[in-house]
Ligand binder design. Structure first.
Ligand code: AMP
Ligand code: GLY
Length: 422
């Protein structure tokens, strides 16, 4: 198959990596890719949000399958445009991707179909939101309705913080249109887990679960980021809970979307809060997670392209999706200053010193002007992923290899998966 992966982050490098390992010898392309995808695929110089450009590129290369990584092109309707041009495309339609692109929509559908979530109310008026907040007891959560690159959820520890967040979104419009509507949510306590599943609109095949570390610094200090590391499997989320989450969240939401005339095909990603026996939804995403994908796909035993294509064609057979009984730990190496301002263009050394059985997924990287040096090109630069029989050995493999890679200002968390080995 000729497969085009749309995106340029660590998630897309992991997709390209998995696709190019297939015994079926797929020809893999990336648009626009990074210095890592370039080693395994042909990078095409088309940005993921250039909808017409992606459709034209997919047509030119006679793509048998396009896999869309990021949420923005999904919300823009890239899959609709590809399908209209007769190109098989993996990912939800624009109408289905609203599950991620509007938190108010997601809450409304969860309420209607009895899917467990935080209590919530939505507002477009600052005065009304402010009056409602004054009746609550913090902490509480204020979220921009639309896409905000992972920065749109504010955990307010006081009523003042909640008001500031509301004013930022509804009055100062710091998130633009995305913050013209806000959702105010009850604060949930517990442990967070990401459960992703493949779906063809009817059937679902859950992936192995993973835990993402969203804060920039050790012990969950610092600002929220796109994700500083990840591991799979989480010890606290075993087979029983996976089954319950599949039955009470994943299957019902896929069914609900079909009932609503927005059939959902692609990856459904549930961000869940687990407390004792209770499972509640924090958010839905309409795509593979980043960095979840980097620790989940190495554990996939069956053929990825075949599963993706079966979802697109409405013939997913969940029994054919097989996972390895292994552990994976991924540590993100980020630019100094991230998630605030950071430098770009710094040379990365030590990539060739990494063990062959340790995967280094590139995110913000590109090739320097000399055509050989890999240089930094983003906030999250690389993810070093160790695999082992236990979380402890996978973690050791990852950190041993992290120590061999460096660039000026490099930062990373030292506590990824630590809670599983303590
Ligand atoms: P979201 O953008 O909805 O994924 O939220 C980003 C992060 O904020 C989540 O991964 C959680 O860590 C936290 N969060 C979101 N909603 C809640 C909630 N209702 N209660 C507690 N934490 C939350
Ligand atoms: N890891 C969080 C996300 O992909 O949204």
């Amino acid at each position: 198959m000729r497969v085009l992966v749309v995106g340029n982050g660590g998630r897309e490098h992991a997709l390209v990596w998995k696709l190019s390992q297939s015994s079926s010898n797929h020809h893999v392309f990336a648009a626009n890719g990074n210095a890592g995808t370039r080693l395994l695929a042909e990078n095409l110089p088309v940005l993921p949000t250039d909808i017409e450009g992606i459709v034209a590129a997919a047509t030119t290369i006679r793509s048998d399958l396009v896999v869309v990584g990021p949420e923005v092109p999904l919300a823009m309707g890239l899959v609709d445009s590809l399908l209209a041009a007769g190109i098989p495309a993996f990912g939800p339609s624009r109408a289905a991707a609203q599950l991620e692109s509007s938190k108010a929509f997601a809450h409304a559908i969860m309420r209607k179909y009895g899917i467990p979530a935080a209590e919530s109310r939505e507002f477009t008026s600052f005065a009304q939101a402010q009056a409602y907040v004054a009746t609550l007891h913090p902490p509480l959560v204020v979220k921009a309705d639309g896409l905000a690159a992972g920065k749109g959820a504010i955990i307010a520890q006081s009523l003042e913080e909640a008001e500031t967040a509301l004013s930022d979104m509804l009055e100062r419009r710091v998130f633009g249109d995305a913050g013209d509507r806000v959702v105010i949510e009850e604060f949930l306590q517990g442990k967070e887990v990401s459960l992703l599943a493949f779906t063809d609109g009817i059937r679902v095949a859950p992936m192995v679960p993973a835990c993402d570390y969203k804060r920039a610094l050790d012990n969950d200090a610092g600002l929220n980021t796109g994700g500083m590391g990840c591991y799979s499997p989480p010890g606290f989320f075993g087979q029983d809970l996976i089954q319950r989450a599949t039955d009470t969240v994943i299957k019902p939401i896929v069914h609900a979307m079909k009932e609503e005339g927005r059939e959902y095909r692609g990856v459904i990603y549930a961000g869940l809060m687990i407390r004792d026996d209770s499972i509640r939804v924090l958010e839905f995403n309409a795509r593979f997670g980043d960095p979840e994908t980097q620790v989940v796909l190495p554990r996939l035993e069956s053929d990825l392209a075949e599963t993706l294509l079966s979802c697109v064609q409405g013939r997913l057979d969940p029994t054919t999706v097989k996972w390895k009984d292994q552990s994976c730990v991924g540590v993100v190496l980020a630019s100094g200053g991230y998630p605030g301002p950071y430098k770009k263009g710094l040379p990365i050394s030590g990539l060739d010193a990494v063990d062959k059985d340790v995967a280094v997924f590139h995110a913000g990287t590109t090739l320097g002007s000399d055509g050989t040096t890999t240089i930094t090109n983003g906030g999250r630069v690389l993810a070093v992923v160790g695999t082992g029989d236990t979380i402890s050995s996978a973690r050791q493999r990852a950190y041993d290899n992290v120590a061999r890679v460096s660039f000026e200002g490099m930062m990373y968390r030292k506590d990824i998966a630590l809670r599983e080995v303590e």
